[in-house]
Design a protein around this ligand. Structure first.
Ligand code: ADP
Ligand code: ZN
Length: 731
């Protein structure tokens, strides 16, 4: 790339567009010229598309036919470090650049001209007479001291009709003004007093702040049990970042967590940060995108895609619950936000804090190897202590058929009921029953489009495929043998467990927390808040509850099936189970009362179960690390998954076999290719899926070899190929 930063009108520029083309397109710079990195609208055939000026034009296109950039958008040009980041992320994930640019421009209405809207402020006029509604409106104005609202917002906040607001405008008590639609975010004040930190916490906070003040890149693993004050500590790093005049980003794995978090940020810094996630409205998203680029948003709380926002001066990225699997994007551009955060920070001299009670083996190993710093918070804050953990040996518990709550667990729950405390039962299975079987012929109901069993959801009164989302009614007659009335659910899902709990404790208030039972993130959020206030006795939850909610009255966690995560061929099965169990157990006893965690298992002597119970994390990691090192798998080796799919199984396998045979570029770097084999879910939405697995030593140019390997392929018809570098799951 040349050093040229500005292009005069008529000069040839190379534009990267969001369209799936494999090169830059040449255009003439528009009237008035444009900066390198400018967001532009360019003509492409009959359409106008979004693009970014990426450099000088290549010059191999006939100048006479060269078209001009239509216009430069009214947003800050993309910074050099952002272009560099997108380029590196593309190389790492083997993603075409246009797809990266789409990720970086995912805000609606970017190309709309800057628009104005009507806002209201307090005026000098005195209303002729005061009604209750009118005084409510003026109270809201008073309360928010000088802030401006749209007429609509104001009416909503005061709970009055729009005509009341209009009346006050007419009387001069409110004054109308025009303001830009996207307003800057209120400034956060890093100098408001924070909580008094304990000695441990203060030391960790100082170390993080020092990193931020250095103005250089660095990554720190902040490890501490749930409740040890990691959030308090990293908020001090945010304060240091704000003081340095730079922007901060906090990534959270779950939107439902943001409510509690926003309140904490507001308490610490006196104002709310910007929010970026799928639950935010289009208007909010556009505002965040634009304000971040102007430096008018000091702190963003967001989901993984917030990493691709055009920060003007990003100084700190926090990845909270860094081990969480939802950081890995599993469709479209396959990236791991944790790794991309480190990449982005390296590009813009920022610090990264990876916070977790149960770090991923990758981060643990990076800290061991000295690539990351590591800070440990060992004690829980205040009176809270880690729960007692015990296994319940299911081989010696007496259970009725089709029940899953052991007498030991039931007894512990009963105690909580008597003491007015909460119990939580954890089962990582949505729906009523994982399998529906015909008791006459043994057939199971499978999805018509996928090789997956249909899961009964009694709440919806339907069977559902967890792969593709297809639903159908529970059949009266067996689809296979046509005998009627013999279809029966087998195994427990969270809804069925709720039925069992209701039977055992008819007087209990039971809350079921499963992602599919809530229409919106907002509904889930408010349910979680109700539970935290004590409006439930027994909570039943799927994976959702393992994340950082704070339930002060919760003192018992029962893990229904601790063995569930230990099965399967997933490389990370042991690690996942270990993390999940520790997280769930961390829910108990967060406040003053001590907690207890009971894990129902048929294999109490399993090394993972034993490590969880003994709480000896370092020895768990050392053992797991040694096993992976011996097998040459991540993080001690490299892997990539290639998924091929298409409607015709034979064609998909032919392609896979051809790829496995022509593995020259892989052999050159000493990599091996395994497969093709049917993917664990071999058919999704009517498409057959076949996978190849590439294994290589650490430190070899894997991406480059895969690019050379796949470049000559011409995918015929409906065949698709996707590449997953560092696959997390094996689907
Ligand atoms: P983690 O992020 O490690 O789970 P939190 O930062 O959420 O821990 O802390 C757990 C609870 O303890 C929170 O309610 C937090 O406000 C409180 N807490 C932690 N440290 C302090 C402190 N030094 N002073 C007051 N409250 C604290
Ligand atoms: Zn399906």
């Amino acid at each position: 790339m040349s050093g040229q930063e500005f292009f005069q009108a008529g000069e040839r520029v190379g534009v990267l567009t969001t369209q799936p083309l494999d090169r830059l397109l040449d255009y003439r710079a528009p009237e008035g010229g444009c900066f390198l990195g400018a967001y532009v609208e360019v003509p492409l055939g009959p359409r106008k598309v979004l693009g970014v000026v990426w450099g000088p034009g290549a010059g191999d296109f006939d100048s006479a036919k060269l078209r001009a950039v239509i216009r430069v958008l009214d947003v800050a040009p993309m910074r050099g470090e952002m272009r560099q980041f997108l380029g590196k992320a593309a190389d790492y994930t083997l993603t075409p650049m246009p797809a990266m640019l789409r990720l970086a421009t995912r805000a609606p209405g970017l190309s709309d001209p800057p628009s104005m809207r009507k806002i209201l402020r307090r005026g000098d006029g005195v209303p002729d007479r005061m009604t209750e509604a009118r005084s409510r409106v003026l109270e809201v104005m008073e309360q928010y001291g000088g802030l401006a609202f749209t007429p609509r917002e104001l009416a909503d906040m005061a709970d009055v009709t729009p005509s009341v607001v209009k009346g006050l405008v007419k009387q001069g008590a409110l004054r109308e003004e025009e303001a830009p639609r996207d307003l800057p975010y209120p400034q956060l004040d890093p100098d408001l007093p924070g909580k008094a930190l304990t000695e441990d916490q203060a030391a960790a906070a100082a170390a993080l702040a020092e990193g931020v003040q250095s103005g250089r890149y660095g990554t720190t693993l902040l490890k501490g049990v749930t409740g040890s004050g990691k959030t308090e500590v990293y908020l001090e790093a945010v304060a240091a970042c704000l003081r340095a005049g730079r922007q901060g980003l906090v990534l959270l794995p779950e939107i439902a967590l943001t409510a509690e978090f926003l309140t904490r940020v507001e308490a610490r810094f006196g104002a709310k940060p910007a929010e970026w996630h799928s639950g935010a409205t289009m208007t909010e998203r556009r505002r965040v995108w634009k304000m971040v680029g102007q430096g008018a948003a000091g702190l963003v709380i967001g989901a993984r895609s917030a990493l691709f926002l055009p920060f003007r001066d990003l100084g700190l990225i926090i990845v909270d619950e860094e081990h969480d699997t939802s950081y890995k994007q599993e469709d479209g551009v396959l990236y791991n936000a944790r790794d991309m955060a480190v990449l982005r920070a390296a590009m813009c001299s920022a610090q990264v804090v990876l916070a977790s009670a149960t770090p991923s083996l990758e981060s643990w190993a990076n800290a061991e190897a000295g690539k990351y710093k590591r800070l440990d918070l060992t004690a829980r804050f205040g009176a809270a202590v880690l729960p007692q953990m015990r296994s319940v040996d299911m081989r010696s518990e007496d259970l009725l058929p089709s029940t899953w709550i052991s007498p030991a667990l039931k007894h512990a729950m009963k105690l909580r009921m008597e003491r007015g405390e909460q119990s939580l039962l954890f089962l990582n299975r949505r729906g009523f029953a994982p399998v529906t079987i015909c008791r006459a012929c043994g057939a199971q109901v499978a999805c018509d489009h996928c090789d997956a069993r249909m899961v009964e959801h009694r709440f919806m009164k339907r069977l559902m495929c967890h792969q593709c989302g297809e639903t159908k009614p529970v059949p009266e007659a067996c689809p296979s043998c046509e005998v009627e009335g013999k279809m029966a659910p087998v195994g427990p899902g969270i809804e069925r467990l709720a039925e069992e709990a209701t039977g055992l404790f008819p007087e209990a208030r039971i809350a079921v927390l499963s992602s599919d039972l809530f229409g919106s993130a907002r509904a889930l959020k408010s349910r979680i808040e109700e539970i935290a206030r004590g409006e439930a006795d027994i909570i039943l939850g799927t994976q959702l509850v393992a994340k950082g909610h704070n339930f002060p009255l919760l003192t018992l966690v029962g893990v229904i099936d601790a063995d569930l995560g230990l099965q399967g061929s997933d490389l990370r099965a042991a690690e996942r189970t270990f993390q999940l169990m520790r997280q769930v157990a961390g829910r108990a006893g967060r406040a003053e009362r001590p907690g207890e965690a009971l894990m129902q298992t048929f294999q109490p002597e399993h090394p993972v179960i034993r490590a969880i119970l003994s709480g000896d994390e370092e020895s768990f990691w050392k053992a797991e690390a040694a096993e992976r090192q011996a097998a040459g798998v991540p993080p001690y080796g490299r892997m990539a998954g290639i998924i091929l799919s298409g409607p015709d199984l034979a064609a998909v396998f032919d392609l896979g076999n051809a790829m496995a045979r022509n593995d020259g570029p892989l052999r050159q770097i000493g990599a091996q290719v395994f497969g093709p084999a049917p993917a664990p879910i071999a058919r999704v939405r009517g498409r057959h899926r076949v996978r190849l697995l590439v294994k290589a030593a650490k430190g070899v140019p894997l991406q480059e070899a895969i690019a050379r390997w796949t470049a000559p392929l011409r995918l015929k018809g409906d065949l698709r190929l996707s590449i997953d570098i560092d696959p997390q799951s094996f689907f």
